[in-house]
Design a protein around this ligand. Sequence first.
Ligand code: GAF
Length: 399
Amino acid sequence: MQKQLMELFTQMYGEGGDIRGYFAPGRVNLIGEHTDYNGGHVFPCALTLGTYGLARKREDNILRFYSANFPKAGMIQSSLEELVPSEEAGWTNYPKGVMWTFEKRGYKLTCGLDFMIFGNIPNGSGLSSSASLEVLTGTMLKDLFGFDEISMQDIAIMGQYSENNFNGMNCGIMDQFASAMGKKGCAIFLDTNTLQYEYAPVKLPDAKIVITNSKVKHSLVSSAYNDRRNECETALEDLQKVMDIKTLGDLTEAEFEAHKDAIQDPVCVKRAKHAVYENQRTIKAVQALKENNIKEFGKLMNASHVSLRDDFEVSCEEIDILVDLAWKTPGVIGSRITGGGFGGCTVSIVENDQVQAFTENIGKAYAEKVGHEAEFYVVDMGDGAGKMDIKDMNVQVEC
Ligand code: GAF
């Protein structure tokens, strides 16, 4: 049976009180992968897919959580005194982590909450469902408790802090920043070293952005991610012995080539090479976009994939199959893995009149090669997180 989210909220938690609605989007990164923890540039955009939330303050310290994505988990109860990560807490570790961060920063949560969410980002797809949940929680706490001094940028930073320190994933700032700061029709050109950013309109009158979900997520993603980050840090420490730099993002390709022998471990050389070249590719790609040179943008996307596959080694067989198929398909301007890697999605720019053939042909060939279907989403770039009028929240959920 299907119900509106609001109906489910009152059925679950009872009527009355001031129930408020929120939305925080997922993101797709167009280029600039694994550069955000290396002081480099990224170029993500917020999607119109994301996480919806309804919340109401309580008169005690109890926290009640319900996700319409995991109805079997039922209502999960906790309290403001129990803001510690645990395996049993499951998905609620994300909102709890943000609450913990607020309290740590001195933003006292003066009472408990009833909180219900529903996300339409495909699970495990690498389109930032967890970052969107963190940003949703931050947006909700800011509004419900009247923390007007907290900016959306702070919410992104607190979301990242909670993911790093409460949930143990050493991610950079990109995903939370895109979810909090997104703008309709634009990607965000963000310098992760300074957090200076610029909205770049992505006008593609003749093409669409197509995300292809490989429907695979290899295990140990977060430990492999943390390994990559450590390898980049080791490379930076070696380089700092011979040159005055703060991050790998400070280097041009030529400077890297001139000093790379200072890096002891050959694996770390490859990781650092990716970080440096990918950062420069991202700067060039944004310039190409500004000059309406979509072909050049596409070529840089393809080069990004090669580097992520060969030097950073975060791709996998299924993703490489999808990208190879895309590269061979007419009307594909560029295609690459997007997000953290080890499965998840690819992002492609495809000419309008070839989109149908793209999804049909690649869908068929992929299923034949790997034995399961891929999913395709033709996406729009949406706004960042915010409050949402409940009457506009037309969200039907299974119950
Ligand atoms: C994941 C992380 F969460 C981001 O911070 C970023 O590093 C990305 O992987 C790779 O670009 O999504």
